[in-house]
Every structure is written in C-alpha cells, then in structure tokens.
Design a protein around this ligand. Structure first.
Ligand code: APR
Length: 233
C-alpha cells in the first residue's frame, strides 16, 4: 500500500497560500493570534475573520484542483481499492474535488464547523462569527472552524499510525516537514521498512529520511510519478 502525505505545496499552484514560503500565511499573521485555542479565547472575531477570508478564497471559482490533485485521484481510482492511503495536512477540499475517493484530513477542514455547545460538525461554506447558529442544535455563539490548531491533537492519528505500519511506500508531497506529528510520519514509515519518496519544489533538507526525491513543481512532478506507477501496474 502507498501512504501519501500532502501539504500546502500541493495546493500552491491552485492559488492557495502556503504557510512558510515567502509570502506565506505565517508571514502575514501571527500563528498565536489565529491558530491557537488561546488566540480564539482572546479574540474570536479576529480568528473568524482569518478563516472567513480563507474560506472565501477557497470557494471562489479561481481555486480549483490542479494536475497534482488530479493525478493522485487517478492513481487511487486506477490501482486496486485500498492500495492508496491519502493523508493531507491541508484544510482545503481540492483532493475531494479532484476525485480522490478517500481523503484523511489530519488538520481538519475549512468547510466544516464544529459546535462547542453540542459537539457536532456541519458543512460550512460561508462566513462564521459569534452570531452564527449551529445547524444541528440551533444554538448561537458556539461555532468554531473545524480545524486543528497548534497545541490540539490531530484527527485520525490511530488510523494513520495503523496504515503507516502497513505501507510499503511513503510519499511526502509539498510539505516542509515543519510540524509534528505529521513531520514524524516519514521516520515511522522508514522504521517499518517502507521506501520513502519526497516530491517538493525544492529539497526540504531531510534527505537522510528519503530514499528518493523528485524536485520541481507538484503539477509536473506528481503526474510524472503517478504515470510511471500506472504504466507498471
Ligand atoms: N510544488 C511542490 N512543492 C511546493 C510548491 C509547489 N508548487 N510550492 C511550495 N511547495 C513546498 C515548499 O517548498 C514547502 O516545502 O510546499 C511546502 C510548504 O510548506 P509549509 O508552508 O510549511 O506547509 P505545510 O508543510 O503543509 O505545513 C504543515 O503547518 O501551520 C501548519 O497546519 C498548518 O498544515 C499546516 C502545517
């Protein structure tokens, strides 16, 4: 089974900002203010503005899946079911819109709302603020973006570790490897004997962890890689 971990770099050519590149999101706003529970407690309105802006951009017609998203979807649909396990750190829905059958969102989803009153999740495409009411319990004032903030536990980690122990190939696409526990997955894959491949626009300085590297824009490198796999299927 092929374990694929994607990061913001796979969506960069779709016009979605990365975090740590030049011009990235964390160069424009402070993580502490918009991506921590304490920041939300301190100024929920500021956090809502930040995610409302990203949701507006994501749902605008100009942000569409690119050739890399489409290539991964084609790979999963061409190989036998269960042969590809796709985990993304991204909160966009571009993998789903590209047609990937199953996407494991480690850090949650921009288009989902979590109600702190009833604990339930709802699809959410528009703006959110303290006056928004939960579609499930109708209470106001308890909605937050359904994303994982720094200091919070990523989603689905038990499943992720289970699949990691079973993969024969681990492919990291468009991620800087700056944030744990996602950044530690390649080490886990290596420890369980998997081959490891990094696909990124530039090397991320973790050459010791990757057996191979494909360096260039994801829209060129990912299709190159998947076409080879599909041909040798
Ligand atoms: N093609 C391939 N790789 C690219 C491209 C591209 N067109 N553009 C950028 N990249 C690469 C960069 O070289 C970098 O290694 O994508 C990576 C983006 O790194 P980050 O901005 O750190 O994003 P990511 O690794 O996804 O961040 C992980 O950090 O802040 C948290 O929750 C946030 O999920 C995010 C996590």
């Amino acid at each position: 089974m092929i374990f694929i971990l994607t990061g913001a770099g796979i969506s960069q050519e779709s016009g979605i900002d990365t975090f740590r590149d030049k011009g990235g999101l964390w160069r424009k706003v402070r993580v502490e203010d918009v991506a921590t529970p304490a920041g939300f407690r301190r100024d929920a309105a500021k956090v809502h503005r930040f995610y409302n802006q990203r949701r507006k951009e994501l749902t605008s017609s100009r942000r569409v899946p690119n050739a890399a998203h489409l290539a991964l979807a084609e790979l999963a649909l061409t190989l036998d079911r269960g042969e590809v396990f796709l985990v993304t750190q991204n909160v966009d829905d571009l993998h789903e819109r590209a047609g990937s059958p199953e996407v494991c969102h480690l850090h949650g989803s921009l288009l989902s709302a979590l109600c702190l009153n009833c604990g339930r999740r709802s699809d959410w495409k528009g703006d959110m603020d303290r006056s928004s009411s939960c579609p499930k319990c109708a209470q106001k004032g308890g909605l937050r973006p359904d994303v994982v903030w720094f200091g919070e536990r990523p989603f689905h980690f038990d499943l992720v570790y289970e699949m990691l122990s079973r993969c024969s190939l681990f492919v990291s696409i468009g991620t800087s490897g700056a944030v744990y526990p996602a950044a530690g997955l390649v080490g886990g894959a290596k420890a369980s004997g998997a081959k490891t491949l990094e696909i990124n626009v530039v090397p991320t300085g973790r050459e010791k962890l990757f057996d191979e590297g494909l360096y260039g824009p994801a829209t060129e490198m990912v299709p190159l890689w998947t076409e080879k796999l599909i041909k040798n299927k």
